[in-house]
Ligand binder design. Structure first.
Ligand code: S3P
Length: 444
């Protein structure tokens, strides 16, 4: 990217954060709702959809595959789907922008349809591993016609006319991989099974059931699941309500914990237990987070969270917690920088293959701002001293979560923190800067 295209932003320590906000809809559920709606004959409606760039790329891809999607002026999305195996041949490459989730899930959905599609994305997405999803999909009968080195994007996939159901033991804890196999399995006769050694987010499974598919999930080993889908179901169009994204709520939440005097309420945050590793860890660090009202919102549990600033202490974060907070280590590392003592986050190998190498980028973000940080194998170690000098400029590497984490760091550091580019924030959290400013954050 040309440096003229970058949009730098600076965060400064100022007033405490006060107020009551609802962050946008969950990104994982938003992608899945559009894809499953597109794979179901009849009208599915989605309210609360995250209208970030990542999800809008998935919407465009579903249109290119033949589904009709429209947004009402009130923000309700209406989808007329084409049914399992009913995708049309797209006339141009499908562009997923920055989004690994949209791309990998759509690859799974296309793998079970008799069409050929080309998948592409930005420089970040082009660098990310796709072999992990192609391996099981090839076993199911899909064919890779063309791909960049290592199976990366741009890649052209020919879906299977008659997909073969498989039993797949996932070599990596990845909800995207699991979801790709299950979506391909929709068109296969008989049972498709995914076995995961560590349970990952289960939104695909929940939504598949919501659309009428038959699916069972059983414990597997100490931390895992065995998920079996009955293929060729009659999917029923559904009404999907997307709850607020806990991975987005994480930013104002941690900002409030580390900005003295802050007192915030985050409304209706999804509390699916496979997404709550951050809150669990922060509570162990001594954070003042109160769960006010718990209720059901469209098949997911949600709660209002009251967050007040206070002292934090360093903790050990066990590796088996990683899948339930995989996107939250960056912002946890920010919280750990303001804690007293050492926080050791174990088993973070998957962070290396996110929108950027988040293990390296998180360490760099903290180091340039005077934090004592180290990487030891796959562990991240932050030695918190209670305060952070700040004053650094953070390279965001086309990664929305680095950008937001660095800004939250700057809201509580002694000196301002500048990021080189804030434009990627719009991939997952449209309105982030305005929302933070409405709470009192100094972002210019
Ligand atoms: C996601 C799964 C995770 C996560 C990503 C969203 C999903 O990725 O990092 O932001 O919606 O399935 P992996 O499956 O690669 O761990």
């Amino acid at each position: 990217m040309n440096s003229a295209d970058l949009t730098p932003l600076t965060a400064r320590r100022g007033a405490s954060l006060q107020g009551r906000v609802r962050v946008p809809g969950d990104k994982s559920i938003s992608h899945r709702a559009l894809i499953l709606g597109a794979m179901t004959v009849g009208e599915t409606t989605v309210s609360g959809l995250l209208e970030g760039e990542d999800v809008l790329h998935t919407a465009a891809a579903m249109r290119a595959l033949g589904a009709r999607l429209e947004r009402t002026p009130e923000g309700l999305w209406r989808i007329q789907g084409v049914g399992v195996g009913g995708f049309a041949q797209p006339s141009a490459p499908l562009d997923f922008g920055n989004s690994g989730t949209g791309c990998r899930l759509a690859i799974g959905a296309v793998a079970g349809s008799p069409v050929t599609a080309t998948f592409d994305g930005d420089a970040s997405l082009r660098s990310r591993p796709m072999r992990r999803v192609l391996d099981p999909l090839e076993k199911m009968g899909a064919r890779v016609i063309q791909a960049a080195e290592g199976g990366r994007l741009p890649l052209t996939l020919q879906g299977a006319a008659d997909p073969i159901p498989i039993v797949y033991e996932s070599p990596v804890p990845s909800a995207q991989l699991k979801s790709a196999v299950l979506l391909a399995g929709l068109a296969a006769p008989g049972e498709t099974t995914v076995i995961e050694a560590e349970a990952t987010r289960d939104h695909t499974e929940r939504l598949l059931k919501h659309f009428g598919a038959k699916l069972t999930g059983k414990p597997h080993g100490e931390h895992g699941r065995r998920i079996t889908l009955q293929g060729q179901p009659e999917l029923e169009p559904a009404k999907v309500v997307v709850p607020a994204d806990p991975s987005s709520a994480a930013f104002p939440l941690v900002a409030a914990l580390i900005s003295p005097g802050s007192d915030l309420i985050l409304e209706a945050v999804m509390t699916n237990p496979l997404r709550t590793g951050l809150v669990k860890t922060l509570l162990e660090m001594g954070a003042n987070i109160e769960t006010l009202e718990t209720r059901d919102d469209g098949g997911e549990e949600v709660a209002d969270l009251r967050v007040r600033a206070g002292a934090l202490k360093g903790v050990e974060v066990p590796p088996e917690r990683a899948p339930s907070m995989i996107d939250e280590y960056l912002i946890l590392a920010v919280a750990a920088s303001f804690a007293q003592g050492t926080t050791r986050m174990r088993g973070l190998q998957e962070l290396r293959v996110k929108e950027s190498d988040r293990l390296a980028a998180t360490a760099d973000m903290l180091r340039v701002n005077g934090v004592d940080v180290a990487i030891d194998g796959d562990d991240l170690i932050v030695n918190g001293k209670g305060t952070v000098a700040g004053g650094g400029e953070v390279a965001t590497h086309m990664d929305h979560r680095i950008a937001m984490s660095a800004l939250m760091l700057g809201l509580a550091s002694e000196n301002p923190v500048r990021i080189d580019d804030s434009s990627f924030i719009a991939t997952s959290f449209p309105g982030f800067v305005e929302l933070m400013r409405s709470l009192g954050a100094d972002l210019t």
